[in-house]
Design a protein around this ligand. Structure first.
Ligand code: SF4
Length: 104
């Protein structure tokens, strides 16, 4: 008499599994809206090439948030925090009239 033996190995690794979120590691703040009153008063544009040079004669195309002293994003980031716009991100290629050259 023969019998077939089947073995089912079911391992359910459900209990005890720890779900570790990566919360906060890549926190993205909402972008600054160019139409925001504060942004408008500072002439903020998310694209430095769109700045009106007649209105802001000190502006130069090489000036952008990514090279500003107040920019808090990391090199290579598309956007980052700015000391002026609390809780919001500015574009690394943006600009406003408070631009000042990053030291170093
Ligand atoms: Fe960009 Fe600097 Fe103006 Fe902030 S202060 S919006 S980083 S140019």
């Amino acid at each position: 008499m023969s019998s077939t033996r089947r073995s089912f190995m079911m391992q359910v690794a459900g209990t005890g599994a720890a779900w570790v979120g990566i919360q906060g590691a890549a926190h993205a703040a909402p972008p600054v809206d160019e139409a925001d009153p504060q942004a408008k008063s500072l002439g903020y544009r998310k694209d430095t090439t769109k700045v009106d040079d007649k209105q802001y004669p000190k502006h130069a195309a090489a000036q952008k948030c990514g090279t500003c002293q107040l920019y808090q994003g990391k090199p290579g980031d598309a956007a980052g925090a700015c000391g002026i716009f609390a809780g919001k991100d500015v574009s690394a290629s943006g600009w406003c009239s408070a631009w000042m050259k990053k030291a170093g």
